[in-house]
Design a protein around this ligand. Structure first.
Ligand SMILES: [Zn+2]
Length: 444
């Protein structure tokens, strides 16, 4: 092999695979938990992770800063600072007992690709600014309201978000104050990027599903992201002494919650049995729910006593009108059940995101980039780069409010995510880095 080719290839494997893998493991050690990975919004470990990422950004030749919402930014101006910027990114926060790739892979692969350009002295050849952003909150663990970081950048975080409270009773505003950040409504507005200054947003993320593994391909282009609604349901009854209140007179919220949860499951397994589309969403296609409608119950708790039961409901669908129809029917069923059981039910809508379709031009560029990465690694390949829908929400959803978005999925073992079992092959990490690099090379 020729010397120059050999050198390029070594550099690519060294930075895009070996160093990227080492960085993912290093970042995976930055945790608030003992023996498990946990980084929630603005936690001590999140701040440490942000500092580490900032060092890597500087190492890749980027100018860095941290904004008021804790998002970490690294930017190079390329040869035309006034041109619209390409944004690349993902999130640095994690769920509790997380894997090390969700979110982090998107940040690390983007930085590795930029670093290769930096080493080769090519950052100045980029025709537009390129900015990598590590968003501070996507998982929404602390405030149960997702995309705090990217929503602030996209300018869709309402002022009321400052008053939402975590489990310790601290509001978002308190938490920011604790970090010496004074953020009022004006401060939030200042974080918003002007859409005229942004060319597009691209995110690399693990698939969080088993499709790529089943077809034996490392990368996919994402066609779109399912819409999502998160509800908080509060059931209030009367605890009653276990021994003295007879069954016929009991108002047990726990039993009511159990019935509500099972009815939710039935509704989402067979929406056609419950929904009359003429009434709820004219023009929507019932079939579009097939396979994409998913409703689950996340947390359930009794607090301050068994007379109060709270649980969260997560509803996702590709079809926004269909999702609304499901929520409407869910309300109906819940109030019927609660009425019959003489308990009070309150449904709070905590988070809403409409489905997002990825931009065609970005997707086609990403597809070519993924293809050229594959070709570089494995020689001639016959298969087409697959296209998948995303059932999980991503920062790209928030960013779609200010710019067009494109996403690449990376194969993960068994489709497992949000678990220490989450795993990505080292060569697939390399493939992701190579694809981002090939994409950046289209911007020269
Ligand atoms: Zn994620």
């Amino acid at each position: 092999m020729e010397d120059t080719n050999g050198r390029t290839k070594d550099l690519s494997a060294e930075v895009l695979r070996d160093e990227a893998v080492a960085r993912l493991h290093e970042l995976g050690q930055v945790s608030d938990g003992q023996g498990h990975l946990e980084r929630t919004f603005m936690s001590p470990a999140s701040i440490r992770a942000g500092n580490l990422i900032r060092q890597w950004m500087e190492d890749a030749g980027l100018k860095t800063w941290v904004d008021q919402m804790g998002n970490v930014h690294g930017r190079t101006e390329g040869n035309n600072a006034s041109s619209e910027a390409l944004l690349l990114g993902s999130h640095l926060d994690t769920v509790i007992d997380a894997g090390i790739f969700d979110g982090s892979l998107g940040i690390v692969s983007a930085l590795s690709a930029v670093k290769v350009l930096h080493i080769n002295g090519k950052l100045g050849e980029l025709v537009r600014p390129v900015e990598v952003i590590a968003f501070s909150d996507e998982e929404g663990v602390r405030f149960q309201s997702t995309f705090l970081g990217s929503a602030a950048v996209a300018g869709i975080l309402p002022n009321s978000a400052l008053q939402i409270m975590d489990k310790r009773g601290l509001t978002l505003q308190d938490v920011l104050k604790e970090k010496m950040v004074e953020t009022g409504a004006d401060g939030l507005l200042q974080l918003k990027y002007d859409s005229a200054s942004v060319w597009g947003y691209v995110e690399v993320h693990i698939e969080q599903g088993p499709v790529l593994e089943s077809i034996g391909f490392p990368l996919a282009v994402v066609k779109g992201i399912a819409g999502q609604t998160r509800l908080k349901v509060i059931v209030r009854g009367s605890q009653g002494h276990a021994g003295t209140v007879p069954m016929s007179m009991r108002q047990d919220p726990m039993a009511a919650a159990a019935e509500l949860i099972v009815s939710l499951e039935s509704l989402c397994k067979r929406p056609e049995d419950f929904l009359s589309y003429d009434n709820h969403c004219k023009g929507s296609d019932l079939k579009s729910h097939d396979g994409s409608l998913v409703c689950t119950v996340g947390e359930i708790s009794t607090w301050p006593s068994a007379s109060n039961v709270t649980f969260t409901v997560d509803i996702r669908a590709i079809d926004d009108m269909g999702r609304e129809a499901v929520i409407y029917e869910l309300h109906n069923q819940m109030y019927k059940i609660c009425d019959r059981r003489s308990v009070s039910c309150l449904i709070e809508r905590k988070h809403d995101a409409n489905a997002v379709m990825c931009n065609r031009e970005l997707s086609s560029k990403l597809k070519s980039a993924a293809y050229s990465a594959m070709k570089r690694m494995y020689g001639d390949i016959q298969e087409d780069v697959p296209e998948l829908m995303s059932g999980a929400g991503h920062d790209a959803m928030a960013m779609s409010h200010i710019t067009r978005v494109g996403m690449l999925f990376v194969r993960c073992r068994g489709g497992i995510s949000h678990s220490p079992e989450e795993h990505v092959l080292e060569d697939d990490i390399w493939a992701a880095g190579l694809a981002v690099l090939a994409f950046l090379e289209t911007q020269m």
